[in-house]
Write a protein of this length. Structure first.
Length: 273
């Protein structure tokens, strides 16, 4: 294992954060009776708790992935440039070897986090929804890693990269559909929302959670929460489907890594020893 101590610290941090989420949102999505005793206001409160839990998960996975890349790659950057210019290896083999070596970790961390929080929070109880939940977390993690790899490839100074990361990443939270409804975003800003990992990740988690959730029988077979429960948990997110959100997350993941590969390729040719 490369950097075992660092890996153990990251695993411990992931588990501690997951336990915090589990305790704070304990059984937020637990079974709700359909005997008519639950009011629309109570449903709205339950939905709000689940929305908060899912958005926090999206934010936590994103920031963990960014931190893991932004604090490590700038230190490797000068070594990489020196060795590439000494013809020890090419950019392509280095880049794809790096991606391949980190892929198991990039799958394991969000999966560990997801396994702890899913049942503790009381999310959609079917196996299919559970595995889609894990897939969504993995895509969020890897797409976020691609974002941060672009930043760390552009800026050689770690402090500059770390300082600029909140400015370049955090504003995309506003496009997720949690703080403000997607339909209320100004027209001239909507181009930016298509670059938001938070938007696609949060939407995918929301669609997966409230699609045919047996713990909310009031929604019926057609997922009509507004008429059946008196409150619609999907009211603030865009009408984009689950599959479209997952597909665009994957597209962001691939695009970010290709851009970072191109930046490294250009740096290797422009760098002078």
């Amino acid at each position: 294992m490369r950097l075992p101590q660092t890996s153990y610290v990251k695993l411990t941090t992931t588990c501690v954060t997951a336990c915090f989420v589990a305790f704070f949102f304990w059984q937020a999505g637990a079974y709700v009776s359909n005997d008519g005793t639950v009011t629309a206001t109570e449903y709205e409160q339950i939905f709000q708790n689940l929305q908060g839990a899912l958005f926090f998960m999206t934010m936590n996975i994103t920031m963990n992935a960014i931190q893991n890349v932004i604090l490590i790659f700038p230190d490797e950057r000068p070594v990489f440039l020196r060795e590439v210019n000494n013809n020890m290896y090419k950019v392509g083999p280095y880049f794809w070897a790096k991606i391949s070596s980190e892929l198991p970790f990039s799958i394991a961390m969000p999966s560990v986090f997801g396994c702890i929080v899913y049942f503790s929070v009381g999310l959609n109880p079917t196996a299919g929804h559970f595995f889609v939940f894990l897939l969504t977390l993995i895509l969020i993690y890897n797409a976020s890693s691609g974002y941060s790899l672009i930043i760390s490839a552009i800026f050689s100074n770690k402090q500059v990269a770390v300082t600029l990361t909140p400015v370049l990443i955090v504003p995309f939270m506003l496009f997720a559909g949690f703080f403000v409804a997607a339909s209320s975003i100004p027209v001239w800003l909507r181009e930016f929302e298509y670059l938001s990992i938070y938007k696609y990740g949060y939407q995918a988690l929301m669609r997966n959670e409230f699609n045919h959730n047996s713990r909310f029988p009031c929604s019926g077979d057609d997922n009509n929460y507004l008429d059946g429960c008196g409150s619609n948990p999907w009211s603030q997110i865009s009408p984009m489907s689950l599959s479209a959100s997952l597909g665009l997350l994957f597209a962001l993941y691939v695009t970010c890594y290709l851009i970072s590969w191109f930046i490294l390729f250009k740096l290797s040719h422009d760098h002078e020893i």
